[in-house]
Write a protein that binds this ligand. Structure first.
Ligand SMILES: [Zn+2]
Length: 333
């Protein structure tokens, strides 16, 4: 369905090319709720950080009423139930949307596949499969039958630059569909020079100096993580490791994108944030690659880990959380 919305008082909106009017394409996707498919709901437990679905069970007659809370998770079953480690009957399939810049796809793909380590430890090998949406695909990424990593040009959406929503069976918490949305401005400064962009007068008085009062909220909100990424880049520039932002090592962007997709996909596996994950590696070990080789800079990818910049006199270690950590293994199990 298409709605064309017009405004009698147009004002500047960074996501809309022409603020006088825009066309909104709304898609309704209706699907059947699976019934008796062998999925066993699991009761939520405050000690384990899962999102949950609140359902009403009218057969239940307890003091606390008819409400039951089930964790949100996928219906993964071993193909060979007797094997310690088995492939799944049906893997979780994620598609990389065809709008994702080609050079960013590998990092995003590897971030998704990182979770297979946790599933394998829990007994399911290759639980997640990643596919590339072809350029001539005839399906819509909003289609409930496709889990996707989307790349959208909106400048105003999303909290820190990306989010990972999913849709559940309202009776059981079984996750039926997930679509991670990454907002392109997460690559704002990296992908084009903001100093020379038509929007630069919004943020800079002379084209060079940031104007805190002029940075509108949407800008701050949307590239929060982008700022973190740029902080690492500024560090490399300041230390003379690179001479220009065009020289940012591929590995740096790879690690950043891998971290980003791994975190967001973690949400679509049912996981909440873990804001203790940064406390497990001692401050003095944050750049000690012998210590960080195993779990990187925290013990959960579901933490909000900023870029890890070495203090003066310390050799730089990992800028980003490069792997899932002990907590992630545990919750998936
Ligand atoms: Zn998050």
């Amino acid at each position: 369905m298409r709605y064309t919305i017009t405004s009698s008082k147009p004002r500047f909106e960074p996501s809309v090319p022409d603020p006088r009017a825009f066309t909104l394409h709304v898609r309704y996707s209706i699907s059947e709720v699976p019934v008796n498919n062998g999925y066993k709901p699991r009761l939520a437990d405050d000690r384990v950080g899962y999102f949950f679905t609140k359902a009403y069970d009218y057969d239940r007659f307890e003091l606390d009423g008819t409400v039951v809370r089930y964790i949100n998770r996928w219906h993964l079953e071993k193909k060979d139930p007797k094997a310690r480690v088995s492939e799944p009957k049906e893997p979780i399939v994620f598609w990389l949307e065809n709008t994702i810049p080609v050079e960013y796809r590998k990092g995003l793909r590897d971030g998704i596949l990182e979770w297979n380590k946790a599933y394998e430890k829990a007994g399911i090998k290759n639980a997640i499969v990643v596919k590339q949406m072809p350029d001539d695909a005839e399906w819509d990424p909003a289609d409930i039958r496709y889990n996707t990593i989307r790349w959208v040009s909106s400048l105003t959406g999303g909290g820190g630059g990306a989010f990972g929503p999913s849709w559940m069976n309202p009776f059981t918490g079984q996750i039926l569909d997930a679509d991670v949305v990454i907002f392109a401005p997460i690559n704002f400064i990296f992908s084009y020079n903001v100093f020379e962009s038509p929007l630069s007068s919004l943020f800079f008085d002379d084209g060079k100096t940031l104007l805190p009062g002029k940075i509108s909220l949407w800008y701050q909100d949307n590239i929060l993580l982008g700022f973190e990424r740029d902080f690492g880049i500024l560090d490399m520039l300041a230390r003379g490791k690179i001479k220009d932002i065009k020289d940012v090592p591929e590995e740096y962007m790879y690690d950043f994108l891998k971290f980003l997709s791994c975190h967001e996909v973690g949400h679509t596996l049912g996981l909440r944030h873990n804001f203790k994950g940064s406390t497990t590696i001692a401050l003095q070990d944050l750049h000690n690659t012998k210590v960080t080789a195993k779990e990187s800079i925290g013990n959960s990818i579901m933490e909000y880990l900023p870029s890890n910049v070495a203090p003066k006199g310390v050799k730089q270690g990992d800028y980003w959380q490069k792997t899932i950590g002990a907590w992630d293994y545990w919750v998936i199990e």
